[in-house]
Design a protein around this ligand. Structure first.
Ligand SMILES: [Zn+2]
Length: 69
């Protein structure tokens, strides 16, 4: 995950919930009085990782394969 701030292009730390808008901490604080509607990018990345762990696995060759439903 290498997300950039929508405003200043700095590495993003926050994102708007349920959107693909990313902001660095400074811009997030400038544009949003509180950070309640924002979530940390790392949290989302972690969720994605857990989601993927649920859906894919590595075979004996180290290839990513979808788990059977
Ligand atoms: Zn920024």
């Amino acid at each position: 995950m290498d997300k950039k701030c929508l405003i200043c292009n700095a590495p993003a730390e926050y994102m708007i919930k349920d959107s693909t808008d990313f902001y660095c901490k400074g811009c997030a604080l400038d544009y949003f009085a509180d950070l309640d509607m924002l979530c940390k990018v790392e949290v989302e990345a972690q969720k994605l990782k857990e989601f993927l762990n649920d859906k894919v696995t590595l075979d004996s060759d180290g290839q990513v394969v979808m788990k059977e439903e």
